[in-house]
Design a binder for this molecule. Sequence first.
Ligand SMILES: [Zn+2]
Ligand SMILES: [Zn+2]
Length: 235
Amino acid sequence: MAVQQVVPGVHMIAVGPVNTFLIESNDGWALIDTGLPGSADRILKAIAELGKPPSAIRYILLTHAHPDHIGSLAAAKKATGAVAYIHSADAPIAAAGKGFRPMKAAPGLLTGILFRLFVRLDRVVEPAPIEHRVEDGERLPIAGGLTGIHVPGHCAGQVAFLWPQHGGVLFAADACSNMRGLGWSLGYESIEQGKRDLSKLGAFDFQVACFGHGKPILENAARKFREKWAVASAV
Ligand SMILES: [Zn+2]
Ligand SMILES: [Zn+2]
């Protein structure tokens, strides 16, 4: 199966190095992020494995405009007819398919090596229209209610999404990762803002956390954020 259940009603579809997610709802399903260019077929195959046609997806939520998250937005929109949501700071990048802002590597020798190997922001992806701009604290009428939390340290237009069901499910985007345990993403536009973002996220109530990169945390996720980032910000 290309698709893995995180909690009932939430599925993770790993497309290469990045995770995308589906949230089920009677009012139309939501897809969170779309992977690198060329990922749409794998996402559609996963939707078919769940017994749904592409048109079941009514909303595409983009956590931020990096090529590994918006790369297949245009193709996914064409296949599903869904409307796209992204923060206003990143909407022009998604609409143009280019203009990615530079980042700096996060702390750590290995992170620096991986950053230089894998982070490519000088590319162009297929542009796609954006129907809705998400602001901090906005409650979206999707999947019974989903709150956008602006976390701009990794990318100025990055938004995490909190779904209050099942004890709270946080879609943390690239605010951090869970590749080799809970830790930094490879890069940040502002690491200082990134630290503030992680304190901000840890103050919310959520049992489960999903990441753009790495495995979901399935229990006590908010507490793990608080433990990890309280220590990190003291270093
Ligand atoms: Zn990113
Ligand atoms: Zn990413």
